[in-house]
Design a protein. Structure first.
Length: 273
């Protein structure tokens, strides 16, 4: 455990160490979390033993560099004519999902954050939220943040390949994969406003993540910093994405508090505007 009441400098040091070591481990588990049925339950609870020698060699990077298997048909590629964001929609409320994919040439100014990159305009809000958690003795770990088009494409294809390996038909594999790892263009991670946060003590992207003190705090307080739990358990039919008690989206404080108070999801909020 890291000291909870150490001076700021020391806490910073601890944090830097954690941030140097843990993203690699977190992302091993991120990938395992994408394919939880492939992980024996006994291992699923195990402490990650990823080599901390280089966080840049995290499996997500490896996956990114891996060559996607050719010849697999993907039925739910994003629309070639992405819906443009209405001019009056502020950047932080931009809806990205399978019905509203980003164009391939989408770009955003990014800032480095612990464990990744984030939209530069919202990075400070994320930093403040993480600092507030640490001040409470909590240990959040950024598992995934900004992803390039190619990152998302590879993750999606890997998921499809795994499902094909389990005997799914190409059509079933594409549909099921999209519930968990959306196709390139349809991920908020490409927007730079989404972050997957896990507890340092339990770095699994599984439903039980919701029971960690970090998630309990986030679900109660994230709106204060302009974030929402983007894929709630009771909104999967609207979001089209399975329950993810680790994926937080920046929408600005006003929208976040309205969404939190009304118990709605971003799609519902946008419909009300
Ligand atoms: Zn996510």
């Amino acid at each position: 455990m890291e000291p909870q009441h150490s001076p700021r400098r020391s806490r910073e040091k601890s944090r830097r160490w954690l941030l140097a070591v843990l993203p690699g481990a977190a992302c091993v588990l991120f990938l395992l979390g994408l394919f939880p049925h492939l992980v024996p339950p006994a291992n699923a609870q195990g402490r990650p033993d990823a080599t901390p020698s280089s966080s840049s060699s995290a499996p997500v990077s490896s996956a990114t560099e891996a060559t996607a298997a050719p010849g697999i048909s993907v039925e739910r590629e994003p629309s070639p004519t992405p819906s443009p964001t209405p001019a009056e929609t502020p950047w932080y409320l931009r809806l990205v999902n399978q019905d509203h994919p980003l164009p391939r040439d989408f770009t955003v100014e990014l800032a480095d954050i612990p464990g990744g990159r984030f939209d530069a305009r919202a990075a400070e809000a994320l930093s403040q939220m993480l600092s507030a958690m640490e001040a409470q003795g909590l240990s959040p770990v950024v598992c995934s943040s900004f992803r390039t088009w190619e990152d998302q494409e590879t993750l999606h294809q890997n998921k499809i390949d795994r499902l094909l390996g389990e005997g799914y038909s190409p059509k079933e594999a594409a549909t099921e994969a999209s519930r968990w790892v959306v196709p390139a263009g349809a991920s908020e991670h490409q927007l730079g406003l989404a972050v997957d946060l896990v507890s340092a003590g339990y770095q699994m992207l599984v439903e039980e993540q919701e029971n960690t003190p970090e998630q309990q705090w986030l679900m109660e307080n994230c709106a204060t910093y302009g974030f929402i739990l983007r894929y709630p358990k009771d909104k999967t039919d609207i979001t089209g994405v399975g329950y993810e008690p680790w994926h937080y989206r920046y929408v600005g404080r006003e929208a976040a508090q309205a969404i939190w108070e009304q118990g709605i999801c971003l799609e519902e909020y946008e419909d009300m505007q």
